[in-house]
Structure formats: structure tokens, C-alpha cells
Ligand binder design. Structure first.
Ligand code: SF4
Length: 189
């Protein structure tokens, strides 16, 4: 009879959950039915590379942000990380919404505008891409909660991941680390 020890079972649970979270992000509703979402799962040696990138990112910011180093420790203690990002183009500009939420009077004005790289992300973005990202993040987080796998949405992971070249074609990226231990590493830190 085969035996699966607890560590092996928990590692498999983390990987399966990360895949199901990526699926939830994909099937989450998208504005105007247009999907610009990207996902990527990191585990193994990639976690140390990501954690190092987070520490470097926190140090490189003109205003030092200590949460980058703190969150990097969380990544090292995780079994996997799910990255979710979006590109920022207007949704279906051939039939433009022209809502103005991006600060421009029309989608065409947005398209014609100069985009800029900030400390972490590239903008501005069409607000509906960011709404899609938020819905996808919530859908993914719900899956981990339903499956009793600890997780947390982290801006620091996404900012560092993007700088390190993960999901480099996305303009905003967020990260969700996953863990199965007796106490969540992501809260009461
Ligand atoms: S946020 Fe800007 S780009 Fe997006 S629909 Fe509204 S006006 Fe167009």
C-alpha cells in the first residue's frame, strides 16, 4: 500500500490549489468579455529568486518600504506563489465607453497619451482592466480560503516580480503566496 507523508501531501495541496486559483482568475468575469489577464505560478528555486528580488526592490525605492523585506520572508516560507497581472489598454476602443475614470476625456485621448513607468508599475491603466484584476484576485483568494490553504494578496510580490521580469508584459501585477502550516505566516507577523 502506498503511503503519502504529511509534507508530501501538503506540498501537493499547495500546488493543486495554486492551479485552481489560476483557473478561478481566468474564469472570473471580465469587463466587456475581453480578457487581458495573465497568471504565472512560481515554486521551488523560483521562490528564493523572487524573495531576493523583493528585498532588492524594497531597498531600491527612494522611500524605503520595510514591508518588502517582511513579505520576502513570507515568500521563503511559502510553498508556491501565484502571480496575476493585467495589461492596461482600453476595453474595446472601437466602441469606446469614454467614461473618464482614467483621467482622460475619452478612450482615444487615453490611447494617444504618453504612458510612464513608475517605481513599481506602468500607467495609467483603463479602470476596467484594474476592476478585472481586483475581481480575479478576489476569486483566486476565495478558492484558497475554501480549500483551507493560507494565502494573502501582496502588492510587494507583484511589484518585485514585474521588475524581475515575471509577467513583464503586464502593467500591474499582484502576488498571492500559499502556505500549509499550523499557523498562517501571512498574519500576526
Ligand atoms: S477608464 Fe479611460 S480608457 Fe477606460 S473606458 Fe474609461 S475613458 Fe476609456
Amino acid at each position: 500500500m502506498a503511503r503519502i507523508d504529511s509534507r508530501s501531501a501538503e506540498q501537493a495541496a499547495v500546488k493543486t490549489t495554486a492551479c485552481l486559483m489560476a483557473a478561478a482568475a481566468r474564469t472570473a468575469p471580465k469587463t466587456r468579455g475581453l480578457d487581458s489577464l495573465r497568471t504565472l505560478i512560481l515554486d521551488g528555486d523560483e521562490l528564493e529568486a523572487l524573495a531576493a528580488a523583493m528585498e532588492a526592490k524594497g531597498q531600491s525605492k527612494p522611500t524605503k518600504v520595510p514591508s518588502f523585506a517582511r513579505d520576502a520572508k513570507n515568500v521563503r516560507a511559502s510553498g508556491a506563489v501565484l502571480l496575476i497581472g493585467v495589461t492596461g489598454e482600453p476595453k474595446n476602443p472601437t466602441v469606446p465607453l469614454n467614461c473618464g475614470a482614467c483621467g482622460y476625456g475619452s478612450c482615444q485621448e487615453f490611447i494617444n497619451s504618453a504612458k510612464a513607468e513608475g517605481e513599481d508599475f506602468h500607467g495609467p491603466l483603463c479602470i476596467y482592466q484594474l476592476l478585472d484584476l481586483g475581481i480575479a484576485l478576489g476569486s483566486a483568494a476565495k478558492v484558497s480560503a475554501d480549500l483551507n490553504v493560507d494565502s494573502r494578496i501582496m502588492y510587494s510580490i507583484g511589484a518585485a516580480a514585474r521588475a524581475a521580469g515575471y509577467l513583464a508584459d503586464c502593467e500591474v501585477v499582484m502576488g498571492l503566496p500559499l502556505s500549509v502550516t499550523g499557523k498562517s505566516p501571512y498574519f500576526d507577523r
